[in-house]
Design a protein. Structure first.
Length: 293
């Protein structure tokens, strides 16, 4: 079974850096895919090459893809567009432009973003998938939509049974059931194959959001591996200047709060490193630090 590790947290805390470093580490022992669903993804800059909607090999055993909204909607249209049009045109005087209208419906993009993840997981190509997620609120909405969509499709079955006489020559129940089955598979993938790391900087908002998202992931059924506190200031470099000493002490207060409320989960600490962030040495050092118990 392909394992999926997701990295989430407030925007700007270093999720992508942690994702890339982890993907490079896993690629040393097996075929790995790094997927970014962050709208402001920066994988192209990190790997110093243009990355589009195609899966691209960037290193030995490591493939990368940055999912865009248009790619996800194109996949949705290819998978369900014809069937949706057939059902709707059986009882409404509509042209194929109705598909353009429907692809903007709330939840469609999120649903098929996860369908893409499910497809790659089921392909048996990859030993590990590293998922660089969008910031906190978007990720929580993504999970919430899955539950709402599944409930909605269950209700849709009941509605169809009441109005099925309206349809001529087609059976929309097969479409409803296929979407419902897909949503059930996605939820199962998230709850049985996916684990998560919650990334934060040692500051008030990132720490509070990290604790909240960890609780939400656990409630949804996604195992939380632990927390990553990124950009910790080393004490030996802060003790000679009042500004940096005060900043160090503030970081330590939020570090202590995370340790107190982490509920026994691991807290990995990544220091503020002096190496250039896009440098391979920097990523290797982060990877080594993440690999420590």
């Amino acid at each position: 079974m392909t394992r999926i590790e997701m990295f989430t947290g407030k925007g700007g805390v270093g999720k992508t850096t942690m994702s890339v470093a982890t993907a490079l580490k896993y690629a040393q022992s097996g075929k790995t895919l790094l997927i970014s669903t962050d709208p402001s993804g920066s994988l192209s800059a990190i790997f110093s090459q243009p990355l589009d909607q195609r899966v691209t090999e960037v290193a030995s055993n490591l493939d990368v893809v940055e999912l865009t909204r248009q790619l996800v909607l194109d996949l949705w249209r290819a998978k369900f567009g014809d069937e949706i049009y057939t059902v709707l045109s059986s009882f409404l005087p509509v042209g194929r432009e109705i598909i353009d209208y429907l692809e903007g419906a709330p939840g469609v993009e999120e649903e098929f973003m996860l369908d893409y993840l499910l497809t790659k997981s089921q392909s048996n190509i990859y030993q590990t998938i590293i998922w660089d997620t969008a910031p906190t609120v978007t990720t929580l909405n993504l999970l919430c939509i899955q539950q709402l969509f599944y409930t909605h499709l269950t209700q849709a079955q009941k509605v169809y049974l009441k109005v099925k006489g309206v349809f001529t020559g087609v059976d929309p129940l097969s479409l409803i059931n296929s979407w419902r089955q897909l949503t059930a598979q996605i939820i199962d993938m998230l709850q049985t194959e996916t684990t998560s790391w919650v990334v934060a900087n040692p500051e008030r908002l990132p720490v509070e959001q990290a604790l909240n998202i960890a609780a939400s992931l656990t409630a949804f059924g996604i195992k939380v591996n632990g927390f990553i506190l990124n950009k910790m200031l080393p004490p030996e470099l802060c003790c000679t200047h009042p500004f940096w000493q005060a900043k160090f002490e503030a970081q330590q207060r939020w570090r202590q709060r995370m340790l107190l409320l982490a509920d026994g989960q691991r807290v990995k600490e990544i220091p503020e490193l002096s190496v250039e962030k896009m440098d391979t040495g920097f990523l290797a050092e982060v990877s080594e630090l993440l690999g420590k118990p």
